[in-house]
Design a protein around this ligand. Structure first.
Ligand code: PYC
Length: 413
């Protein structure tokens, strides 16, 4: 037994250090209020404090740290996108991910696995080739591979998928990785907290106050706060917050469900994604299979799970990996995905001075956590969009200047 654990167990003189400062009352004013203590909000707070010296910051959260989409996803990290804007942005994120455990002194279980996006039709082979070419152009390790290569990586896979959807090839992205999602929120939260940022859980935003087109404060369930800048990072609640400011966006909220199997001996190294079967799967360090599918096909602001999802996803999984027919599902969950028409996020300034938006993360937000924190903190600190997020501006829909990423969404939606 490790000595530290034994000391902790036998004595009350060696309590575990607290991860966060005990909560106190809200102050009457802050320089910046961040709405949402998920990965994106906390990463923005962390880099605001660490890189820009802005520490008079409150992060307010209606639930608990990492309790929204940060804790409700399948933790896939990759940069094999389709548009130049997307590729450059996610590539920077992958770079940042690689140093985070050291940066936080906290094990995030970041694990590079390789990521296969399987193609079952000629049309998807064409899209994979297109993505591979764009990726290589920007220096991303990504290539088109064929059935022999895939079968060697996953010998137990039925390459004919029960005869319904034979695999023709795949986009293979060697840097594809997974990480422990809630630890990411804790790491960013602890780093921000240590630098003086306040994190207020169980605090709901009731209204945002403006004067002459500028943000001047936030009304919350625990009192009113004056502030000059507000960053909104609340996947799933974006339309509710935007309504407070009279802003409209093209975001629709759809549930995204996922599930986890019992732990089993390690047998699946890479991450597998199939757009045609609408499935993705990876195996955690604990041996559980983490599995997801596409969005529920209806708009709903809810995190309820359904049996229909479990049955549909299990059927497709067994077509691809027949040995799973005996595996047990131990839990399932759902997140609320902010979907945009072009499948790219909305980041940056808005028509309301001092109100910044980090939204539209659909089914691809977890992997962007570090780069969102970096670029949104820069944008808030300088009141100017970071160059890496210029393609994701709020007004691009009015300008009809879309950043079409649908071909790089993990599964068909
Ligand atoms: O974009 O990599 C992704 C993803 C995985 C699961 C849902 N989206």
């Amino acid at each position: 037994m490790p000595w530290r654990l034994l000391k902790f167990g036998l004595s009350d003189r060696h309590p575990e250090p607290r991860m966060f400062t005990p909560p106190g009352p809200l102050k009457s004013s802050y320089d910046v209020v961040i709405i949402g203590a998920g990965g994106h909000g906390l990463a923005s707070a962390y880099y605001l404090a660490r890189d820009h010296g802005i520490t008079n910051v409150a992060v307010i959260e209606q639930g608990y740290i990492g309790g929204g989409n940060t804790g409700r996803n399948t933790t896939i990290i990759r940069s094999n996108y389709l548009t130049p804007e997307g590729v450059k942005f996610y590539d920077e994120s992958v770079r940042l991910w690689q140093d985070l455990s050291t940066d936080f002194d906290l094990n995030l279980f970041y694990s590079t696995r390789g990521h296969f996006t399987l193609a079952h039709t000629d049309a998807s082979m064409r899209t994979m080739r297109w993505r591979a070419e764009v990726n290589k152009h920007y220096g991303i390790d990504s290539e088109l591979v064929y059935p022999d290569f895939i079968q060697k990586a996953v010998p137990s896979m039925d390459m004919r998928c029960a005869g319904h959807a034979p695999i023709l090839g795949a986009l293979y992205h060697a840097p594809g990785a997974i990480a422990r999602h809630d630890a990411v929120a804790w790491g960013y939260g602890r780093g921000a907290d240590m630098r003086g940022v306040e994190i207020h859980q169980q605090t709901r935003v009731l209204d945002i106050v403006t004067q002459g087109g500028r943000v001047t404060g936030v009304k919350t369930s625990r009192g009113d706060i004056a502030c000059g800048k507000v960053l909104c990072a609340v996947a799933g609640s974006t339309p509710r917050i935007l309504k407070m400011l009279g802003l409209r966006s093209p975001i629709y909220i759809h549930p995204l469900q996922a599930m986890v199997s019992e732990p089993m001996k390690q047998w699946l190294d890479p991450i597998l994604v199939s757009g045609s079967l609408h499935v993705y799967i990876s195996q955690t360090a604990r041996g559980e299979l983490v599995m997801g599918a596409s969005l529920d096909p209806y708009e709903l602001h809810s995190t309820r799970s359904t049996l229909d999802f479990t049955e549909g996803l299990s059927a497709h999984m067994v077509e691809m990996l027949p040995q799973l027919s005996q595996a047990k599902i131990v839990r399932q969950w759902a997140g609320m995905a902010d979907m945009t028409p072009d499948f790219a996020p909305i980041m940056g300034k808005t028509p309301v001075e001092g109100f910044y938006l980090d939204a539209g993360w659909g089914t691809w937000g977890f992997k962007a956590t570090p780069v969102c924190g970096k670029t949104m903190s820069y944008t808030v600190a300088n009141d100017r969009a970071h160059p890496l997020i210029e393609g994701f501006a709020f007004d691009r829909f009015e300008r009809y200047s879309l950043t079409g990423e649908k071909g790089a969404a993990s599964v068909g939606h």
